[in-house]
Design a binder for this molecule. Structure first.
Ligand SMILES: [Zn+2]
Length: 444
């Protein structure tokens, strides 16, 4: 459904691609001059025989060293802070699922001006408006998700309820009694809240007023999205969004009403978060329709900026990245996150992403979308055997064996590799509220 088009900063959001690139170029030059004052940044660029001022030279940019997790860890406790610690108003941290959390600072301007503007664009492009009532279900503390979405909601003139994760028992009633119109929450969590509501005799379709959901964290497949939309009040839209702590918030990607049906997102803040989509092996930019890794450079962030940060998140650049009918002509379109370059599994030599497995499960009627697992058996460091575990909905017409065969056949056709599929009864496999651990490697 295409609704009205609105912008938070029309002068910038509607720039042509050419003007957007010129604006980025200007900001890159200023960034280079700023980073030249920092000893740590000078030594970082020196590893490639370069200096911070080279950021401003278009022909040199692609030669600048990439920023990796190990670079940040080596600079513990405040990597690449770039301003005096006394200028930092708040620290946020990465989730630390693969090691120690990394601290990112925010100055008064980062928190009071930059992030609110970035997040306001996210909300408005996704369809939220002043007057909306927001159920904010992302986490707080050192994590940036909750704070980012709060700032965005408040900036556009919506009313924010910072509920945070969990509290399903209360949420099912609040959604009815407080009449939230927008939610920013994990899609899998919302699905579980729907189940809790139904058990308590609350019908989300009839009793809730939600019309829009912002789903960051894990991208959701088109199949899962349709299923979620079907459980919600008429006209509800599930909108994918994307961001990372390193970029300075959940501020990178958002679907507009025109790109929603194609499951694509605008890089909505390209004038403050410059995004390259690079082939993870060659590190060369991919063309339209190509798949690559998101690499980020923050152009305006004062504390803890990043230059060419490798997110490891893989996406497909749209076949038609520019000139979206919504008017955001110079803000490129990308598909949902298809996987992480370090999540990529090579099973008997074939590339498999867990997200592809998820897509197949979500598209098979009778399975439980939020409950699945991949087990990989490894011997001598070679991944030999893959087993996919799924669950059957009790009301499904197909039996467990039939479902397992159906999923195995589709996986074979889609991925070109034979995986074993075991189908269990409802409630057998683990559920995840935060980051899901879907792949388990077993040594033989
Ligand atoms: Zn658009």
């Amino acid at each position: 459904m295409i609704t009205d088009t609105a912008y938070w900063e029309p002068d910038i959001e509607r720039l042509s691609r050419q003007d957007m690139v010129a604006l980025q170029q200007h900001k890159l030059t200023v960034l280079g001059q700023r980073l030249a004052a920092s000893e740590t940044w000078r030594s970082h660029f020196a590893t490639a025989g370069m200096k911070p001022e080279d950021i401003g030279h278009p022909e040199a940019f692609g030669e600048l060293p990439m920023l990796e997790k190990t670079d940040l860890r080596a600079l513990y406790p405040y990597p690449l802070l770039t301003v005096e610690r006394s200028q930092v108003r708040r620290f946020c941290a990465t989730s630390g699922t693969t090691g120690l959390p990394v601290m990112f600072g925010f100055t008064e301007r980062d928190l009071g001006d930059l992030l609110p503007r970035q997040m306001a664009r996210i909300y408005v492009a996704g369809g939220a408006r002043a007057g909306d009532i927001v159920y904010q279900g992302y986490g707080y503390g050192l994590w940036l998700g909750g704070l980012g979405f709060d700032l965005g909601a408040e900036t556009i003139g919506a009313t924010c309820f910072p509920v945070g994760p969990g509290r399903g028992e209360l949420a099912i009633q609040w959604l009815r009694d407080q009449g939230h119109t927008v939610c920013s929450v994990s899609a899998f969590w919302l699905m579980s809240v729907v189940a809790q509501a139904k058990e308590a005799g609350i019908d989300p379709k009839r009793d809730w007023r939600l019309r829009l959901g912002f789903f960051g964290g894990q991208s959701i497949s088109a199949g899962f999205r349709s299923e979620l939309e079907a459980e919600m009040p008429e006209g509800f839209q599930a909108v994918n969004s994307y961001g990372t702590t390193e970029a300075g918030g959940p501020n990178v990607g958002i679907a507009c009403p025109h790109s929603h049906d194609r499951n694509e997102m605008h890089l909505i803040n390209e004038d403050t978060v410059l995004t390259e989509i690079l082939d993870p092996q060659t590190l060369e930019p991919v063309g339209p329709g190509g798949e690559g890794e998101i690499v980020l450079t923050t152009l305006e962030k004062e504390a803890s900026p990043v230059v060419r940060w490798r997110t490891r998140d893989l996406v497909r650049l749209s076949e038609n990245p520019y000139d979206c009918p919504c008017g955001r002509r110079g803000l490129p379109l990308i598909g949902p996150i298809v996987g992480r370059s370090d999540d990529m599994l090579k099973i008997r030599g074939t590339m498999v992403f867990p997200s592809q497995v998820e897509d197949v499960i979500a598209a098979t009627p009778g399975t439980v979308k939020e409950a699945w697992q991949i087990y990989i058996d490894r011997s001598d460091r070679v991944l030999e055997e893959g087993t996919v575990a799924i669950e059957r909905r009790p009301e499904s017409n197909a039996g467990t064996e039939q479902l397992a065969k159906q999923v195995a056949d589709t996986l074979r056709a889609r991925l070109g590799v034979r995986l074993k599929v075991e189908c269990h009864d409802l409630g057998t496999l683990p559920r995840y509220e935060g980051k899901a651990e879907r792949v388990i490697i077993r040594d033989k």
